[in-house]
Design a protein around this ligand. Structure first.
Ligand code: HEM
Length: 526
């Protein structure tokens, strides 16, 4: 009988158990009491001035697991139960989700005195980007930095980028062993990640930096990337192997950029269009030149900010095209009709002549926006307009614009990937009123006029002071990659079905699960 838990009347007493069993029983009792107290607290002590709390059994863990497995599903299910504004426990932290267009507005256009992004993100981003940029500086400095970077992303620059990106795509498919021959199968996501980094680094950072991606830079960026794993929200400081590699990579990459800056200055270069050059000639308010280490750190930030989102999006596009070979054919025909059967070298102006090519990117971002959760610290109690709710400073706010982007109220058949819905007369055309879509107020947060934009249900690039500055570049890059790929290949699913693989939410930016294998065939194979 020793070691078994029998009630006191049954004979065996707690004191008669072995030490190990006693510890086991004590732990079990502790957990039971904690769970019971946690449940009682939720049932008995509801604060009517705070959003409803998502029911959970275990304190600290709360809803971390259900949220982490599938954030969009978590948001939708809980919106049905609790309404558009609710709180859940994420790793011990009360996290208030506010979905829908009002939620997007409340969080993304929150006042600087109310909400703060850097407090949340800095632990992850500063070791990867480096000091004194983005979230390692006051917000007013970030706004100036965004202005420097945005000013470099001009129509003139985009005109230069399209041929650079087209050539990179052609040369990639020519030399890649995975695309040798007339047809084959390939796990597409790693290929799109490579195409994204080659095209972005060449266009944004110049040939000198691009060439180094064939050698050391790719591995170094991979090590930097490991710093972005979600576990680093808690373990960013720990002397773990991946953090040591991250720190070494950060120092090495920053030095490569700083040496390049020095060489360019010594050469007395003039008239370049790339972002590094622009930053080398920018000044903060008050006439302070941007220091070299900040230029280097901004270069890392720019490439990292774009890499995950653009590479995930281009992978989703290719997977969607493989599931709909008919649409891939329409895209090819669109180019033949608009540009001529000989398909001349693609230009920036040509992209505007290809509405379906544009809609492919737009529709893919509607269903597969890579950033599913946008977080802010709460700096002072925030009353939620039109309700009696007040979000206290102990909460973190979470915006999820993907929820309104898949709401049937705005997008008929929301789960259907239908690029044609962006055509005016489509039965699935979005029900977005002109006033929300186009006549939006404009505002300048310090990096140029942007539409306030948060009342639109479609915000894959965010809104407000932290809105993406890379939207136009990403569109140019993605549309060029798609147009060039369509010229070369026909894609389909290996089993010929129109199924699409599920989403991997385990990393910070969501992306297709791997391996995501598709079948390809060269157009010129006959
Ligand atoms: C911010 C999405 C590509 C640079 C953001 C935000 C979103 C976003 C949602 C707002 C984050 C927040 O409010 O916390 C995307 C998507 C992309 C993309 C979906 C591609 C499909 C790029 C590219 C660049 C870039 C290519 C660089 C050239 C930035 C920067 C910010 C930002 C600098 C500002 C962060 C801040 O102010 O806090 N992006 N992005 N992004 N993005 Fe992008």
């Amino acid at each position: 009988q020793r070691g078994n838990w029998v009630n006191i009347d049954g004979g065996l007493q707690f004191s008669q158990l072995g030490t190990a069993s006693q510890i086991g029983v004590a732990i079990a009792a502790f957990f039971t009491i904690t769970v019971v107290l946690n449940v009682l607290q939720q049932v008995l002590f509801k604060n009517p001035n705070e959003p409803p709390l998502v029911f959970h059994w275990f304190p600290v863990i709360g809803s971390t697991i259900t949220y982490g497995m599938d954030p969009p599903r978590f948001f939708k299910e809980n919106r049905e139960k609790y309404g558009e504004c609710f709180t859940f426990i994420l790793l011990g932290k009360k996290t208030t989700v506010y979905v829908g267009t009002q939620g997007n507005e409340f969080i993304l256009n929150g006042k600087i005195r109310d909400v703060c992004a850097e407090e949340i993100y800095t632990v992850l981003t500063t070791p990867v980007f480096g000091k004194d940029v983005v979230y390692d500086c006051p917000n007013s400095k970030l706004m100036e930095q965004k202005k420097f970077m945005k000013v470099a992303l001009t129509t003139e620059a985009f005109r230069q980028y399209v041929p650079i990106i087209s050539d990179e795509v052609l040369s990639y498919f020519k030399r890649s062993p995975d695309f040798k021959g007339k047809s084959g199968t390939v796990n597409i996501s790693p290929k799109m990640a490579q195409i994204t980094i080659f095209t972005a680094s060449h266009a944004l950072q110049g040939k000198e930096i691009r060439d180094q991606f064939d050698e050391s830079l790719a591995d170094l960026y991979h090590d930097l990337d490991m710093g972005f794993s979600p576990v680093n929200f808690m373990l960013h400081w720990a002397p773990l192997p991946w953090n040591k590699r991250r720190d070494h990579a950060q120092r090495t990459v920053a030095k490569i950029y700083m040496d390049t800056i020095k060489r360019r200055r010594e050469r007395g270069e003039t008239g370049a269009q790339d972002i590094m050059w622009h930053l080398m000639n920018s000044e903060y308010k008050g006439g302070v030149k941007v220091p070299d280490h900040e230029i280097a750190h901004m270069m890392i930030a720019l490439l990292m900010a774009g890499q995950h989102s653009s590479s995930s999006t281009s992978s989703w596009i290719m997977l969607r095209l493989a599931s709909r070979p008919d649409i891939m054919e329409e895209l090819y025909q669109e180019q033949v009709d608009a540009l001529g059967a000989d398909l001349p070298e693609l230009t920036y102006e040509d992209l505007a002549k290809l509405p379906l090519n544009q809609a492919i990117v737009k529709e893919t971002l509607r269903l597969h926006a890579p950033i599913h959760s946008i977080m802010r610290a709460v700096k002072q109690p925030m009353p939620v307009p039109g309700t009696k709710l007040v979000i206290p400073t102990s909460h973190v706010l979470l915006a999820a614009p993907g929820v309104s982007a898949t709401d049937p109220h705005y997008f008929p058949n929301p789960e259907l990937w239908d690029p044609h819905r962006w055509e005016k007369d489509s039965p699935n055309a979005p029900a977005i009123s002109r006033s929300t879509a186009e006549d939006e107020d404009m505002i300048d947060y310090g990096y140029g006029l942007v539409s306030k934009g948060a009342s639109s249900p479609y915000l894959p690039f965010g809104a407000g002071r932290h809105r993406c500055i890379g939207e136009q570049f990403a569109n140019v890059q993605l549309q060029t990659i798609v147009a060039m790929t369509v010229r070369l290949f026909k894609f389909r699913n290996v089993d010929g079905s129109n199924k699409v693989i599920g989403t991997d939410y385990a990393s910070l930016f969501s992306r297709p699960l791997e391996p995501a294998v598709i079948a390809w065939e060269r157009r010129d194979s006959n």
